[in-house]
Design a protein around this ligand. Structure first.
Ligand SMILES: Cc1cc2nc3c(=O)[nH]c(=O)nc-3n(C[C@H](O)[C@H](O)[C@H](O)COP(=O)(O)OP(=O)(O)OC[C@H]3O[C@@H](n4cnc5c(N)ncnc54)[C@H](O)[C@@H]3O)c2cc1C
Length: 472
């Protein structure tokens, strides 16, 4: 069956795809989303939201264990993982229902099947008609003026280590597990690996992290990397760096996974967290002029347009910065470009990058190291959160972490920031606004910040650049 022609068909109902669909509906367009699983995609069901719910439970558990430091006596707390799972699922389900209502309100048609692009045919002289196949084997065609490919990504795997979903798992498996392991080895010290390391170490699981690189570099900052590794190590995470894993040094049994390195590590399970690969297979791309890069991402221009001018792509499938808010932004830019709404091209330097470990990590723009390498004459101003009253109040002991601003000495504008500490994933948004407005260190310093607040430290850093800080 062929439906009435759509202005836009979006392949994939994750955050990039549904944000694009909603923006197109706002512009008065007739829009369809083809989604083979659930609206909300990775972020809502297997990524941002469920992991942060886990991390909040673990953080609360830690806080209660430190209750004494706040003058509160408690009995020994216990971590009830099935209740933690229930809470996570409740949050996900509530948000999923809200999203479904939103999509319905916007009168966006949702086709719950697998989409594939067709070449030119009797239905359309241009490539890009979407064929939707349903679980029952039936299919239908969606003709359109434009297509947005937003099919996301899936966990990357190692060729010599089969994911069995019991002993060797991905992040998807961990989010669905019913009991906690006693011990785990995490392969890969990227964002996902480190967030799980933080979670497990906070709830008493013995954690090893194996990383291929000699040095773990977080957000391109040595200082942030050192601080985070120190904090995680202090909570019992053991790091093994510069390790080349292969067939010979891993063995999997029914009960555990063993790594034969300089020392032998045996843990209940292993998490493979070595990155995500774009979902591009079986999309029918060869029926179109869409170009796939050597990294197996879809090639797009600054407005998310592929080499086929009526086909756009956004989100994890283009692989620029695999973050939810970046995917959402890319989707909106794609739609505004296809419907002549003159979007501002995306500037990846303006995208906040956060890690929700304890302590949290957040960055925007250039690190001092990168800025210098790019020829900027920069000055960095830095201060520890232990200088800040609110941070002292919030933390059970001496507050961890620091904030650092990277300032272009040519004009005083802030071109980067690196933060590590409590709640910095909220504070970074202030710097995002400031960077968007081309704000300077002086402007940040002149804007009065409420006292006591952790972001006062940012104000003080702005003033420090001008030699006007009161407390630093
Ligand atoms: C464990 C984990 C934690 C994360 N935490 C964060 C975080 O805290 N903050 C952050 O910014 N990012 C985080 N991310 C990354 C974030 O989830 C992704 O960047 C984001 O979900 C990408 O959105 P997307 O719309 O491009 O793709 P997806 O969300 O993957 O959506 C793609 C959708 O397309 C569907 N699909 C695929 N192929 C087809 C097809 N042929 N036909 C129909 N449908 C199809 C899929 O079912 C899926 O629903 C995390 C990721 C993981 C795995």
């Amino acid at each position: 069956m062929t439906q009435e022609k759509y202005d836009l068909v979006v392949l994939g109902g994750g955050i990039s795809g549904y944000s694009a669909a909603i923006r197109a509906a706002q512009l008065g367009k007739k829009v369809a989303i083809v989604e083979k699983a659930e609206l909300g995609g990775t972020c809502l069901h297997k990524g941002c939201i469920p992991t942060k719910s886990f991390l909040k439970s673990a953080d609360t558990y830690q806080l209660i264990q430190h209750a004494d430091a706040y003058g509160i006596s408690t009995s020994t707390p216990s971590f009830n993982f099935s209740k933690v799972q229930e809470r996570k699922q409740r949050i996900v389900d509530t948000m999923h229902n809200g999203l479904q209502m939103l999509i319905k309100q916007k009168k966006i048609d949702v086709f719950n099947g697998t989409g594939r692009l067709l070449g030119p045919s009797i239905f359309s002289p241009q490539s890009g008609t979407v064929s939707v196949t349903y679980d029952n084997g039936e299919s239908e065609l969606l003709t359109n003026d434009y297509v947005l490919i937003a099919t996301g990504s899936s966990p990357a795997t190692l060729p010599f280590l089969q994911i069995d979903h019991q002993r060797v798992v991905t992040s998807d498996d961990l989010l669905a597990m019913s009991t906690l392991p006693d011990s785990i080895t995490i392969i890969g010290a990227g964002v996902i690996g480190l967030e799980f390391a933080s979670f497990f170490s906070q709830v008493g699981v013995d954690v090893h992290v194996i990383e291929a690189a000699e040095n773990i570099r977080i957000n391109n900052s040595d200082a942030v990397s050192q601080q985070l590794l120190k904090s995680l190590s202090a909570r019992g995470v053991t790091f093994h760096t510069g390790i080349a894993l292969n067939d010979d040094n891993i063995s999997v049994s029914d009960t555990n996974v063993t790594f034969d390195l300089d020392t032998t590590i045996t843990t209940d399970m292993a998490l493979v967290a070595i990155g995500r690969r774009p979902n591009i297979s079986d999309l029918g791309l060869s029926n179109t002029e869409v170009v796939v890069t050597a990294q197996q991402t879809i090639e797009v221009n600054e407005f998310m347009q592929t080499k086929a001018p009526h086909i756009y792509a956004s989100g994890d499938v283009i692989g620029h910065l695999q973050l939810a808010h970046v995917g959402a932004k890319e989707g909106v830019i794609a739609v505004e470009h296809m419907f002549q709404h003159n979007p501002i091209a995306i500037d990846y330097n303006m995208m906040p990058k956060c890690i929700y470990t304890t302590p949290e990590v957040a960055a925007i723009g250039l690190s001092a190291e990168t800025a210098k390498a790019q020829g900027y004459d920069v000055k960095t101003v830095k201060a520890a959160f232990q200088m800040n009253g609110k941070a002292m109040i919030m933390s059970p002991h001496t507050p961890e972490g620091f904030a650092e601003l990277v300032i272009d000495q040519a004009n005083g504008t802030i071109i980067g920031a690196n933060l590590i500490g409590q709640n910095v994933t909220e504070q970074i948004n202030e710097l995002s606004v400031l960077q968007f407005l081309n704000g300077s260190a002086l402007e940040l310093g002149m804007a009065t910040h409420a006292h006591p607040s952790m972001s006062e430290l940012l104000m003080e850093l702005g003033l420090k650049y001008e030699n006007q800080a009161i407390h630093l």
